[in-house]
Structures are given as structure tokens and as C-alpha cells.
Design a protein around this ligand. Sequence first.
Ligand SMILES: Cc1cc2nc3c(=O)[nH]c(=O)nc-3n(C[C@H](O)[C@H](O)[C@H](O)COP(=O)(O)O)c2cc1C
Length: 174
Amino acid sequence: MERPTPTDVEHEVTNIDMIVSKSDEAGNITYTNPIFMKISGYSQGELLDQPHSLLRHPDMPKVIFKYLWDNLKEGKDVTAFVKNLCKDGGFYWVLAQVRVAKNPDGSFRNYVSTRKKISDSAKEAIGALYAKLLEIEKSEGIEASEKALMDFLAENGQSTETFNDYMTQLNQAA
Ligand SMILES: Cc1cc2nc3c(=O)[nH]c(=O)nc-3n(C[C@H](O)[C@H](O)[C@H](O)COP(=O)(O)O)c2cc1C
């Protein structure tokens, strides 16, 4: 599928929207709920078996996805802000909670992402952080951007241990 050309048209995520998808171990989509299709503009047929990176927006720093996968591979859930690219080139921001679901015998079942609306203050703060991380990635590479992300956490009295709670807190801040 040809990648859409990004536009500055924002698609609204409302207070009651819960955008859900599930994936296999590689991140390929195995399930999406109707609101996922409505907001992204893709049909179920266009989404199933496709990698989640179909939605990857060029404004997203690589380090956020590295952080996501490093944690998922260790069996840890991640809560992170994501800007996604729609089929029509528009975008939407969400706070995604990605967790590892297990079978009763403890084996891997799937990854489940539940996404909700983000606050205007989070959009502003995270938009600025991500722009900075992207810039660092382009000029100095991903290691420098990873350091900048850790510095951001430390400057705010946080760490990777408190990352998820801090992201949730940022979304609630007025
Ligand atoms: C359950 C799950 C949901 C994901 N949802 C998204 C998403 O909504 N948008 C996105 O860009 N990446 C999402 N990802 C991350 C992608 O797998 C991928 O790492 C990311 O798009 C970067 O792609 P790239 O490394 O090919 O550039 C998700 C991963 C998982 C496991």
C-alpha cells in the first residue's frame, strides 16, 4: 500500500473513544475495533495482518518505539503518547497503553493496545519533546535521543520505573 502524504489535518478523538487493537509477537495487527477503523480511515481488510507501522507518523521519534519494544520483550506494559498517520494523511494523537496478554499456561497470547484521547497540555508538552527527540535522532542518532529521553525523565524527577505513571499524569495535568 502506498504511504499517505502527511497533512496537518487532525482527526478528533473524543472522550469516550477507546481505540483498541491486538497484534502478534511481530506487531502485526490481528484485531481492531470499529473506532480504530473509523479514525484511521482503513477498513478491516486493509488492517488485518499488516504491521502496526502502517500508522507510523514521520513526526514520531524512533526512540519511543524502541522503548516500547524493549519493554514489551521483557514482558512489561508501556503507556506512551503516539501520533498516528491516517489513510488520508491526517493524524490523531493518543495515549496508548500497550500490554502483553498471556495464556493461562503463561505463554504469549498477544499484545493489546488501548488508546484514548490526549489532553491539550499533554499534546503541547509531548509534541515539543518528540520534535526535540526527532531532531536529535536526525543529527546525532538514536543513542543520543535515548539519552535525551532519559534526561527528560530525570529532569522531571522520573525514571523508566515511573514512565507509565508519569505519562498518565501528564495526560491529566491541566
Ligand atoms: C499492540 C501494538 C500496537 C501498536 N500500535 C502502534 C500505533 O498505533 N502506531 C504506531 O506507529 N506504532 C504502533 N506500534 C509499534 C509498531 O509495531 C512499530 O514499532 C512502529 O510503528 C515503528 O515502526 P518501524 O520500526 O517500522 O519504523 C504498535 C505495536 C504494538 C505491539
